[in-house]
Design a protein around this ligand. Structure first.
Ligand SMILES: [Zn+2]
Length: 252
């Protein structure tokens, strides 16, 4: 068991939410009971994840996508009301870390994706920004487009949408988990062979074709499963806490 305030403090120290400007509050978003025995980790604080957390008597939930996004309607109605009502009725704490979880150098979504795909990290895609969300690196051995596509499919259990010239050899890679498709231009400008992200936009395909950079969209959810999971495993190893990662499938 850990006291909620101690866990909050631990997470804030681990993920330093004040170090990056974000579109949502990071940290404890919804306060629940003061003693935490069981923590559920997941990608998004959806109703399905909350229901599973309730079913296994969790005291807290840790996610990448929480609530209270900049620009959203602040009124508590409909889906938002039901989610908050479920959390409050069961006194469950909700922790959410968005960009701080993307950029953590070891446990972050980007670091974990690199590890999973055997990419050696060279640094941030924007070398002038120490908090660059997108990253660049290289593959140990160059791969063909279909070999990289297969590797992604196997390791993420999801086939990526691929746009590339089939005979391109890939050794340098840039990537950004989730909705990072906008970074493709920056990657292309740097002459990087391939760009991997979660989502795709109509214009991303034109950039890939015209700039000659191989593009892989492996799913917002699929590319962002690993940060929350890694934080959970870290917490279970460091604190007196039972942790369970719950994957609520999402094809997007
Ligand atoms: Zn995301």
């Amino acid at each position: 068991m850990i006291v909620r305030d101690k866990l909050t403090e631990y997470l804030n120290k681990l993920l330093s939410p004040d170090s990056i400007r974000d579109y949502c509050p990071n940290g404890l978003q919804v306060e629940g009971k003061s003693q935490i025995h069981k923590l559920v980790t997941g990608v998004t604080a959806s109703q399905a994840l909350i229901d599973k957390a309730i079913a296994i008597d969790a005291d807290a939930i840790f996610v990448h996508h929480g609530y209270f996004w900049k620009g959203e309607n602040p009124c508590i109605k409909g889906m938002k009301k039901r989610r908050l009502a479920s959390l409050l009725a069961h006194d469950i704490n909700l922790y959410a870390y968005h960009l701080p979880l993307d950029i953590h150098p070891v446990l972050g979504n980007n670091a974990q994706l690199a590890r999973l795909l055997d990419i050696q990290v060279s640094g941030g895609l924007d070398a002038t920004d120490p908090k660059s969300v997108a990253m660049r690196g290289r593959l140990e051995t160059p791969l063909s487009v279909s070999q990289l596509s297969e590797r992604i499919t196997r390791r993420l259990a999801r086939q990526p949408l691929t746009e590339a010239n089939e005979d391109k050899r890939i050794s340098t890679v840039a990537w950004c988990t989730g909705g990072g498709q906008g970074f493709i231009e920056q990657a292309a400008e740097q002459g990087i062979d391939a760009f991997i992200t979660g989502e795709v936009s109509e214009q991303t395909i034109h950039t890939a074709r015209e700039a000659g950079i191989a593009f892989f969209a492996a799913g917002h959810h699929a590319t962002e499963r690993y940060g929350a999971k890694a934080v959970g495993e870290h917490l279970a190893g460091q604190l007196d806490l039972q942790v369970e990662f719950i994957d609520i499938d999402n094809p997007a």
